[in-house]
Design a protein around this ligand. Sequence first.
Ligand code: V47
Length: 445
Amino acid sequence: MSTLHLDPVTTGVLPRVDSRLKAIDEKVRAGVRLTEADGNLLYQTPDIWTVCSLADLVRRRMHGDIAYYNVNRHLNYSNICALSCKFCAFYRKKDEDGAYEHSLEQIAEEARNAVSGGATEIHIVGGLHPWLGFDYYTDMMRIIHDAAPRLHIKAFTAVEIVHLARISKRGKEGYDGIKSVLKDLKDAGLGSLPGGGAEVFDDRVHDEAYKGKIKARQWMEVHQAAHELGLNTNATILYGHIEQRSERITHMMLLREEQDRTLKQWASDQGIALQAAADHQGMETEAVVLSGEDAGYPDERLPMPETCDAGYYQTITPLPFFPDKSELEHLPAPTGLENLRTLAICRLMLDNFPHVKAFWIMQSLEMAQFMLLNGADDIDGTVVWYDITKLISDSDGDPTHQETGVWDLQKAIRDAGFRPVERDTLYRPVERDPDNATDWRIATT
Ligand code: V47
């Protein structure tokens, strides 16, 4: 690597290569874990191309030329919320214009529609509804499961789970209360947890922008309890509002630490040696790096949770802040390059997360395509209705209708130079009958 390092401020010239990244380059190539200071440098450097090409190296080691998409539906059962997070334009107060809540019959109908559209997953989240009882949520799982037994139910952010513990009078039981709520939901049909509601794990940002919401420790506890029950979960980071870039790195470090703990627990339960790879590379003994030179996916080191009784974090999805109609509307949205850099840094810092998702609904399909070349291996799915953030409107001007067909997702992936693979929620490849697209099975090879 050249040692060229020009200061873009004094020279007005953007350096092509920043020599300060040399040590990071060597670590990534050797599969050695990056430090917090490395993460901060990845944000500070003007040499975004090196950041992106390192993320691409890791992404190709882990996933080769595969890029995942899925056929899914997002469903927001209600936007009525007891909280008033400043970044959120989705919530409404009871009786406010636009407030809604779906009946269980409407939800069952949506599940049936999802199946007839070929979906393998329904992704369900809502606000913290002040008066719906716990039965509504367990009945929701059962009614979907009855209407669509093969549809995987990925539902409820950690903050909703804590809310459900409170309304089912288990709030005071702490971790055990959370776990028993998750167990009830799992018994009723819940298949996994999405990664929402994490925002940025920092108390200052929390108190300024989403006071009243759970903090990092409780968010992690919910996911830990889910993992212990054999449910896989995802994680997110909502960035580009009032947080500092260094606080994003802290957020990633906390998730990475938690995934280390999760994977080690899981490996010891399974009697397998996840640690061996880390020891072999002479890394910090606590690190479990999945993105080193021996990375390869699908990875038999991480079998599906349904074949064992533990789960783990599958995916990190960086969510760029959408200011429109929120209390923070005066702030600018993060730029395309900032979104690209944040996703690439997620790939590099979260070396123990199997997947990085460029959620096309929030990144745009064009940016998601570009992100596949810079760290992402997944673009999410057909989605259909999305009410939380609005990037596009359909031909009738309805901004919640945000649907892209399978063909468009596949074409976007192919045009970016990757091989589209349809996955289910647990990242198992899906095969479809060419004569009947709604007939699908998990591929065996
Ligand atoms: O929890 C809310 C965020 C999340 C805004 O796990 C906002 O596979 C940006 O979590 N600007 C919901 N973000 C979305 C989510 C998600 C999406 C796709 C896949 C997965 C997954 C998870 O969106 C919320 C909140 O963190 N959010 N308002 C906003 N104005």
